[in-house]
Design a protein around this ligand. Sequence first.
Ligand SMILES: C[C@H](N)C(=O)N[C@@H](CCC(=O)O)C(=O)O
Ligand SMILES: [Mg+2]
Length: 364
Amino acid sequence: MKIKDIQFGIMEIPLKKPFKTALRTANVLSNVVVMIETDTGNQGYGEAPPTGVITGDTQGSIIGAIREHIKKSLIDRDIADIENNMVLLNHSILGNTSAKAALDMALYDLYAQVYQAPLYQILGGCRSELITDKTISVNEPEEMVKDSLETVQEGYRTLKVKVGKNIKLDLNRLDKIRKTVGDNIKLRLDANQGWSVKEAIAAIKKMEERGFNIEFVEQPVKAGDIEGLKKVTDSVTTPIMADESVFSPEEALHLLQNRATDMINIKLMKAGGIHNALKICAIAETSGVECMVGCMLESKIAVTAAAHLAAAKKVVTKVDLDSPLLCAEDPISGGIIYEKDKIILPEAIGLGLGKIKGIGWKSF
Ligand SMILES: C[C@H](N)C(=O)N[C@@H](CCC(=O)O)C(=O)O
Ligand SMILES: [Mg+2]
């Protein structure tokens, strides 16, 4: 099975309500979708969201990286030669992790089609179901309480609460949310780099004193401040999870050798795809550190690929794969199935994706 062509299209999906973090507000998901076609008529799908504030990617940079660098390194390659294909993909251009992730998942989709098995089984097959959290955007406390209550009433048992704007208001937000949802709901926080080191330590200690029972706090401080991240990790008892501070396996190794974080949030868009995400899993497992698999604002295409990774590996003990749940429409048939907070992996071959509605495919 050889690669004959690589095509792309733009997928626009409105969100049910604005997605707000300490870094940005988004109303619509506007992603690059890729399709690899083979000489046997098979198709592999991938997706890249342009998350400029985190990965530095734009729609134009994703398309440009594939058109000018990645495509020529993959045309005519044999799908079964996955290791060499991944080396070529990763060496085709520096950075551009979202573009690489889109091609990486399409290559894995086809690789699993060669061996006629669901991808998660080929990658390790640890489990066939996952439980995801659902994100509560950062807003005025009253609106967050309302959103949290509705989410719990819909059947979600874990809320990922966005904070990081203002510590006094953040404490007020959490106080009200915890009182409203009760003690049986897990609350994990994501500050998206919004606090200083001192603010993070003070805020998390107050949460501990007030008994908010926070499962973990994601990315309290600036991505590049590894010393600051370690200081926060060492100063509080609540577990700290690195997100924007870890893109590559090399960064994961550096962080864990320095014990700068308690956990890692792996995202395909930061790692450059499943191939590098598997290396991060191995580094974390060797260091005795658990991982979460998360997502950007991705449709069911990229989230299905992330779910296959999460289902494959034992070291992945937490899942933040809620992005399709935040979308007002689902133009993709097949892929993962959501049953409230449960994600069921498809038993279909490869990623198990079906038709994608409304895409006008163009060759790069
Ligand atoms: C969507 C997911 N729950 C999430 O919060 N992901 C990111 C932010 C993604 C974005 O800004 O597009 C995270 O920081 O964990
Ligand atoms: Mg995060």
